[in-house]
Design a protein around this ligand. Structure first.
Ligand SMILES: [Zn+2]
Length: 373
């Protein structure tokens, strides 16, 4: 038998919705949000210090925000984005040196610098995400994942499950799915919402991974409004600001452009800010998908996510749909009043577990309880 075509239907209810924050990628060396600006400004990363984008951004910060590297005192990332957003939303210039267009460029530079520093540690595969997926395959595949992380360690760790156990569903129509000659070399990514060819011995499921704040390996074209997934290409050139790709197997570097219209791609990561813009068509589509998954989940499990005050939109997303009979579990490393209160303001039905992501995924009994009880 050669196999057959099958639709990978989703059950109408989800047993567990995992909500992952920076705490889950931290063990693999991906920096936390509060570490990003110190990394960019402290002068420890040569590629940043020697690049056009790095130099121009640092000069702007030195002129507008004071910081002290010897005491490790830096402005908050939200404050810097908030400052940019003020001028952009009010259509105002800061000075002769920093007219409105320059402010918009500087904001894009900071996003590119963040993209760069988050990507530094993501070439290794992750033991902990591997354990996480192992438990899911062993105990319960009816799960979805909502993540706020830009890195793709979660997806890279999925590779060993591909085809036999499942497919990743990013819940957005990717350019990779279009059957056009210009897109031939990107057609390798399987659309899990279409019939899948299943061979004997395979029992695949589709897993929704909703990356609400974007991803390092997503490239957005604001001409055709479509997104290209480049699973292996996450690099960025800090002199010209271009997203880079590499030919296989020669590994020759090239600059990415939209294969359909030649437009330069944009990064798609939503930066932390008190005035976060969620107008982006991809982000608003993902918000609706997240909202539906929250609604149909029997249990919601937050791991390594602090629900900070710059994430009002996340609180709103949950507060609108969470019902009293939905069980919530919050897994975090430290017990803190502020953290408990912010979760309890969403639901009374919360259990707190004070462990790290590494500890939880290494504890098979606990993973079994989370996934099956
Ligand atoms: Zn395009």
């Amino acid at each position: 038998m050669n196999g057959s075509e099958r639709y990978l239907n989703y059950p109408s209810q989800r047993d567990v919705l995992f909500v992952l924050g920076a705490g889950t990628s931290f063990a693999d060396g991906v920096p936390l949000q509060r570490e990003l600006l110190p990394m960019i400004l402290s002068g420890g990363i040569e590629e940043i210090d020697n690049s056009e984008i790095g130099k121009i951004f640092k000069e702007f910060i030195q002129e507008n925000f004071k910081y002290n590297s010897s005491t490790n005192t830096y402005p908050a990332l939200e404050a810097v984005f908030g400052f940019f957003d003020y001028f952009i939303q009010h259509n105002e210039s800061l000075s002769v040196k920093y007219p409105l267009e320059k402010i918009a460029t500087l904001k894009e530079y900071l996003i590119k610098l963040i993209h760069y520093v988050v990507n530094i540690q993501t070439d290794e595969s992750s033991t902990y995400y591997h354990l996480f997926w192992n438990s899911i395959i062993e105990y319960n595949k009816n799960i979805s994942i909502l993540t706020f992380n830009y890195d793709d360690l979660l997806e890279q760790s999925f590779k060993f499950l591909f085809k036999k156990h499942g497919y990743i569903d990013y819940c957005i129509p990717l350019m990779n799915y279009e059957d056009l000659s210009e897109l031939k070399k990107f057609n390798f990514w399987v659309n899990p919402r279409k019939p899948i060819s299943v061979k004997e011995g395979e029992d695949p499921s589709a897993f929704k991974i909703i990356k609400l704040h974007g991803s390092l390996n997503w490239k957005y074209c604001n001409c055709c409004n479509q997104m290209l997934l480049t699973p292996w290409d996450r690099r960025i050139d800090l002199n010209k600001g271009k997203l880079l790709g590499y030919t296989y197997p020669e590994k020759t570097e090239y600059e990415y452009r939209c294969p359909l219209d030649g437009t330069e791609f944009e990064t798609l990561i939503v930066p932390p800010s008190h005035l976060k813009s969620l107008q982006h068509p991809i982000v608003s589509q993902l918000s609706s998908e997240a909202s539906r998954e929250i609604m149909i989940a029997k249990k919601i499990v937050f791991i390594g996510y602090s629900m900070s005050s710059s994430d009002i939109h996340i609180k709103a997303l949950f507060k609108k749909v969470v019902k009293p009979d939905q069980k919530m579990i919050v897994i975090n490393t430290r017990q803190r009043d502020a953290l408990e209160l912010s979760y309890e303001s969403i639901s009374e039905n919360v259990e707190f577990i004070y462990k790290s992501f590494e500890e939880v995924v290494s504890d098979k009994e606990l993973m079994k309880r989370i996934l099956t009880s």
